[in-house]
Design a protein around this ligand. Structure first.
Ligand SMILES: *Cc1c(COP(=O)(O)O)cnc(C)c1O
Ligand SMILES: [Zn+2]
Length: 561
């Protein structure tokens, strides 16, 4: 089946031929590495004029997908996920233009929905009825759901390290699960051998044209959503219809996501719809970071990691093969750079808490890796606070909660009969009063910006049982402190009328108030003179946009010990 709008180009010999799913190699040189090129001039017309009439899901970009006909009964509303302003996290990092592409909101809770929807549609079109794949979990879940709708029988080779909850989800869709005791790379080899022996269609990852193409829809959606998101967060005046961010950040395993996203932005750029191609930041788990090692050593080929050492199975591709080489080459030539960085499992788990507590998003650890990497890149100065950053947030917490949450995450209230009988005066009321032990510490926050007060409050609430009062000015702050002296004061310096320095001076006129520890949190770079003014009067000085939630909590716990 050929199609006038696109053709397959061989990356090795340049041979151009029609796209057929069942033809997996170049007919001239036998290469596995080929990609689709489209008639972009014709597509530009459609993207500019007709898109707004179409529903907001990934099929609105069908002219740039290698699919002949849209098959309505396969669709479950894939794509079209929201782009969310990360107000609190952005503030913590000093970046007002940090956005989250919330891929958890797809039909099977990860961005593999896009891949599965397109790949299964392509299989249906090619009249394939049985297929094989290897997966670290999410690909198998997504493909299984779509294969069920398409009536395609699926074999999923999963390493035995894939969380059981995920394996069960794969099984419930009717997929045949084959557990492989070994690494993901070994599972991939077994799946390929099984497919060869049975002559079945194999999902070939970065060599599968529909799979790579599907990831472009992330780029298209982001570029369409960004102007409105920027306007809503008051970060821009009039904006074009399409806009690229400065950075796209994703947790990376095999690298199919960034490869496709980069191709998507490149096509938009070639059509003249965006004015630049964003830089891509690929974040890997420290115990399995072959791409990061190669990038930092400036090498075009990644040395495989034989035994990945990470709990985060989703990110356990030890051998990225040519995907890394292509990705690196394109990042350098198309975006003029980019970043590969790694984070530890512990950092990822800690970031799950930050994301959940500051932004209300619960994620699986693989997704948190992207955010931990984002935080790291801001801290290194690689990503700048004035840049527009979009982080792919994909996957739900379900399988890792026990590992991440630890014990003691809930307070048990017992209303059992025996207890009620022996201590009638206590019972439920007594149990409830345990929730507010005398240990609770009182904190006053004095800051004139509401956003900053809210962020500080969220950070404190996430770290302990504090009674928090807020004052929007120095004068109300002083009143509050006089009425009921707190254990700690968190003070902003730059405020109209009575600034932080004046608040400190006032406090020092009252001996019992002068001894309350003060933590100054400020956006201001202090001069030598100002530093002298603070000397002896404050316990700690923290810069807005530079502190992590844990640092502030540590500082406070230290102060009130
Ligand atoms: C697949 C997946 C990744 C890695 O994506 P690649 O683009 O294949 O490297 C990261 N996070 C989650 C949740 C995933 O499902
Ligand atoms: Zn070729």
């Amino acid at each position: 089946m050929s199609h006038p709008n696109y053709a397959v180009h061989c990356l090795d010999c340049g041979k151009v031929e029609p796209f057929r799913l069942t033809q997996t190699t170049c007919s001239q040189c036998g290469s596995n590495w080929r990609e689709v090129h489209y008639d972009l001039a014709r597509t530009k017309e459609i993207f500019q004029n007709s898109l707004s009439e179409r529903p907001f899901n990934l099929w609105r970009y069908r002219e740039l997908l290698p699919i002949g006909e849209y098959i309505p009964y396969l669709s479950m509303g894939e794509g079209g996920t929201p782009l969310i302003h990360a107000n609190n996290l952005g503030m913590m990092l000093g970046c007002p233009t940090l956005f989250i592409k919330d891929e958890r909101q797809g039909p099977t809770n990860s961005f593999k929905d896009r891949q599965a929807a397109i790949a299964i549609a392509a299989m249906k079109e090619a009249q394939i009825t049985e297929a094989v794949l290897a997966s670290t979990g999410n690909v198998a879940i997504a493909y299984s759901a779509y294969a069920a709708r398409a009536g395609i029988k699926l074999w999923a080779f999963l390493t035995s390290l894939v969380p059981l909850e995920k394996m069960r989800e794969v099984a419930i869709y009717g997929t045949k699960v084959v557990k492989v005791t070994g690494t993901y790379d070994e599972a991939k080899r077994l799946a390929a051998e099984f497919a060869r022996q049975r002559n079945l269609h194999l999902e070939r990852g970065a060599c599968s044209i529909p799979s790579v193409e599907s990831m472009k829809t992330l780029a298209f959606e982001i570029a369409e959503q960004l102007p409105r998101s920027l306007a809503m967060s008051n970060q821009a005046g009039s904006l074009p219809r399409w806009k690229a961010p400065d950075w796209y950040v994703q947790a990376v395993s095999g690298g199919i996501g960034p490869l496709g996203v980069l191709k998507g932005f490149t096509e938009l750029y070639q059509m003249g719809l965006i004015d630049r191609i964003p830089r891509i930041a690929c974040i890997q788990a420290e115990g399995c970071a072959p791409m990061v090692h190669a990038w930092k050593a400036n090498k075009p080929v990644a040395d495989p990691i034989q035994t990945p050492k990470t709990h985060i199975m989703t990110l356990s591709t030890g051998d990225p093969g040519r995907t890394y080489t292509l990705l690196r080459e394109r990042m350098l030539t198309l975006s003029g750079g980019g970043a590969f960085e790694s984070v530890s499992d512990e950092d990822a788990f800690r970031t799950i808490h930050i994301l959940a507590k500051l932004e209300g998003l619960s994620t699986e650890s693989a997704a948190a890796v992207a955010f931990a990497g984002t935080i790291k890149l801001f801290r290194q100065g690689v990503i700048k606070p004035n840049e527009i950053v979009v982080v792919n947030c994909t996957g739900h917490t379900m399988p890792v909660e026990t590992l991440v949450l630890g014990d003691g995450w809930a307070t048990d209230i017992s209303t059992s009969r025996s207890e009620m009988e022996t201590k009638p005066q206590e019972g439920l009321y007594g149990a409830l009063s345990n929730l507010t032990p005398e240990k609770v510490r009182k904190i006053v926050i004095i800051d004139d910006t509401e956003d900053a007060r809210r962020l500080l409050r969220r950070i404190l609430q996430s770290q302990g049982d504090f009674v928090i009062r807020e004052a929007a000015s120095g004068i109300t702050g002083i009143q509050m402190i006089k009425e009921d002296p707190p254990d700690v004061i968190i003070l902003d310096l730059m405020m109209p009328e009575m600034d932080g320095f004046a608040v400190l001076n006032q406090l020092h006129e009252y001996p019992d108030l002068a001894s309350i520890p003060v933590i100054v949190v400020t956006a201001k770079e202090l001069t030598k003179d100002e530093q002298m003014l603070l000397k002896g009067k404050v316990k700690a000085l923290m810069h807005k946009g530079k502190f992590m939630s844990d640092d502030l909590a540590d500082e406070i716990l230290e102060v009130i010990k």
